[in-house]
Design a protein around this ligand. Structure first.
Ligand code: ATP
Ligand code: MG
Length: 651
């Protein structure tokens, strides 16, 4: 990647931690020293300090069956006990675990005692339906507390959940049920979204009736939430509240081996057909809890934490359910969309619950930028003290906006790089230690070893880039792709043997900090120059009229590939010029910022971009459009209408 153009890294703003923040920080610089001195000893210490073990382990890591790692494998623990009972037994039963805010504004509050009681009953319901350890449970729910309860109850009895995002179609649900061979589905009649009830149960019915009806599912448990009409299959369908009334309130959590499976979760499908990622318990919970506590500087007795992710994504697993609850945190879960019933809904929630730690995605930040700063300015956001970002590279301009407008100009932002496969955060700053750089995820967390290699596998150093790999096994790593060991081997391990190939491009700057440059598949080659999507998109978002941008390389006879950009303008600037003028301004802007080589051959001004349900831009589909090809797999796309509109504009 010698011809790479590294405009992105000319970002020069720096944000060192304040003295007050550093003094009170949970994670200190000595974590790096300890992990460097004795990596396995470091994780051993975390596992012992952060978790309760029903049976202590004697082995930390067994890598003899690589690439399938075993961590703490002769120990036993119960994940739900770690997230619930032990906090109650430690005298914290009255601490709020969940502030559950419904979209219509209804509120339910669960203390740790109350949440424990609910989970025990649901565990007994599962057992009464013949679910035993190792059986798969599909969870298809709105973002309501019962989704969290359903997951924890599964973990409690050693069952394996597979959460399917509640916005997915019956086909997507059915293919995941079939792939995981789920015995039970937990769902709701419906949930609230954009001011109305959207039904879920009919989608489950349709999924189970498809392919002639014969599926592995024997029962469907239904939470009453939307109060919408539902049809009922006698003998199969059961109201959860009725079943809970009929079972014992007590349930004693037993320990399961640390390598017992916890869940299967399908990836977002940004780059292709989703993969069913398998995670287990001991190592996963150790790294989820460690990162949640240290990266977000959690002071569990006083912070109010809010991660806006849906439980249908890995972020919802590790940073709504398992990490925060293992740490005894108090958190907000919100059912609805950011703009219902008004565009300041999130900021209203932050004001209402005095949220002090907010974790969200760049896509959300950029959509708020598009609407303008006047909206958050109407609310009191002074409780915020730490901000997090995940899911895509955060462009420096979006970083600064987030920092100034939401973080009051003082809250540190931790940009966290990780994947469904990694289970927990892998690259991120420690907010009390690291001097922050907008746009860079910066450094591997203590205990994780990351390298950037060239195509030949040669490690890169300062001021050079290539392919991101994880060089040593980590506690929360995936243990495989469910039912597909060949794809596991081929996707992650074929390229560099014993080093995990992440599929993302990255670069070191002159300080040795890491910058994520986008998917390896998305790197463009323009007249022999390798250009990353992230840097051209950041240049575009750096222009004051732009809210969001997506860049792809389209086949071009003279240059190999040509840069094609799709841009959303800020509401406040839409009428300042015609689309043709905007396009000309932005082509020049990129040429000025990066160089003539990066000047887009076309800039399309659009209203929306095609995104996955988890909010990531699907560049592969834009490339299909730009090259006039048939559009690829769109099953995890939010809205296919967006693509038809863009296609019409391009052709
Ligand atoms: P699929 O693997 O099916 O294509 P996906 O990769 O989008 O889907 P996820 O596991 O949800 O599925 O996303 C992980 C990817 O998200 C990473 O590989 C990376 O490309 C991107 N990502 C996540 N966090 C960051 C971040 N902080 N900075 C840059 N990129 C990020
Ligand atoms: Mg991926």
């Amino acid at each position: 990647m010698s011809n790479n153009i590294d405009n992105l890294m000319h970002e020069e703003r720096r944000f060192p931690p304040s003295a007050e923040f550093a003094a009170q920080a949970v994670g200190k610089a000595d974590l790096y020293d300890a992990a460097k001195k004795d990596r396995l000893g470091f994780w051993d210490k975390q596992a012992k300090e952060l978790l309760h073990w029903h049976k202590p382990y004697t082995r930390v890591l067994d890598w003899s069956d690589a690439p399938v790692a075993k961590w703490f494998d002769d120990g036993e623990l119960n994940v739900a006990y770690n997230c619930l009972d032990r906090h109650v037994l430690a005298g914290n039963g009255d601490r709020v675990a969940l502030y559950a805010e419904g979209e219509p504004g209804d509120q339910r509050v669960y203390t740790y005692s109350e949440l424990t009681a609910e989970v025990k009953r649901v565990a007994n319901v599962y057992l009464s339906l013949g679910i035993t350890a190792g059986d798969r449970i599909a969870i298809y729910m709105p973002m309501i507390p019962e989704a969290v309860i359903a997951m924890l109850a599964s973990a409690r009895i050693g069952a394996v959940h597979t959460v399917v995002f509640g916005g997915f179609s019956s086909d997507s649900l059915r293919s995941r049920i079939d792939d995981a061979q789920a015995k039970l589905v937990v769902t709701a009649d419906g949930g609230w979204r954009k001011g109305k009830v959207f039904p879920l149960k009919p989608t489950v019915d349709a999924a189970l009736e498809a392919h002639g009806g014969g599926s592995t599912v024997t029962n469907v448990l239904v939470v009453k939430r939307g109060e919408n009409e539902v049809t009922w299959t006698a003998g199969r369908d059961i109201w959860l509240h009725e079943a809970m009334a009929g079972v014992d309130a007590e349930h004693e959590a037993q320990g399961f081996p640390a390598e017992h499976p916890l869940f299967i979760l399908y990836t977002s499908g940004t780059t292709g057909k989703p993969k069913g990622i398998l995670h287990t318990t001991g190592g996963y919970l150790t790294q989820a809890a460690f990162t949640h506590k240290n990266i977000f500087d959690l002071h569990e007795e006083k912070d109010v934490y809010w991660c806006t992710a849906d439980v249908g994504w890995i972020t919802g697993h590790s940073y709504v359910v398992y990490g925060p609850l293992a740490n005894g945190a108090t958190q907000v879960v919100y059912e609805g969309t950011p703009d219902a019933p008004h565009p300041g809904r999130w900021w209203e929630i932050i004001e209402k619950y005095k949220v002090s730690i907010l974790y969200t995605a760049p896509t959300a930040i950029r959509s708020f930028m598009k609407l303008g700063r006047e909206i958050p300015a109407k609310f009191d956001l002074s409780s915020i003290r730490v901000l997090g970002s995940v899911g895509e590279p955060i462009n420096p301009e979006a970083w600064i906006w987030y920092h100034d407008i939401i973080g009051g100009g003082t809250a540190p932002i931790v940009d966290t790089w990780w994947q469904t496969e990694t289970g927990a955060i892998m690259i991120a700053a420690l907010p009390g230690v690291t001097t922050l750089k907008p746009g860079s995820a910066q450094v591997p967390i203590p205990g994780v070893v990351i390298d950037i290699l060239d195509e030949q596998g040669v490690p890169q150093e300062k001021n050079s880039g290539g392919l991101l790999v994880i060089s040593e096994p980590w506690p929360s790593m995936l243990r495989g792709i469910w039912g597909d060991p060949a794809r596991f081997q081929e996707t992650y391990w074929e390229k560099f043997g014993d080093k995990y190939f992440a599929g993302d491009g990255a670069r070191y700057d002159s300080d040795g900090d890491i910058w994520l440059l986008g998917r390896v598949d998305d790197v463009m080659n323009v007249s022999g120059h390798r250009l990353s999507t992230a840097e051209i998109e950041s240049a575009l978002v750096g222009n004051q009229i732009v809210a969001e941008a997506a860049v792809v390389g389209a086949a071009d006879e003279t240059t190999g590939q040509a840069v094609v950009a799709f841009v959303i303008l800020k509401k406040s600037h839409v009428d300042d010029q015609t689309p043709e003028e905007a396009s000309a301004i932005l082509r020049k802007h990129v040429a000025d910022q990066i160089g003539a080589i990066a000047r887009p051959s076309k800039v399309y001004i659009v209203e929306e971009l095609p995104k996955t349900r988890s909010g990531k831009i699907m560049r592969r589909l834009l490339q299909d459009v730009a090259e006039g090809r048939e559009i690829g797999d769109t099953t995890t796309l939010t809205d296919t209408g967006v693509l038809s509109i863009i296609s019409a504009q391009v052709h």
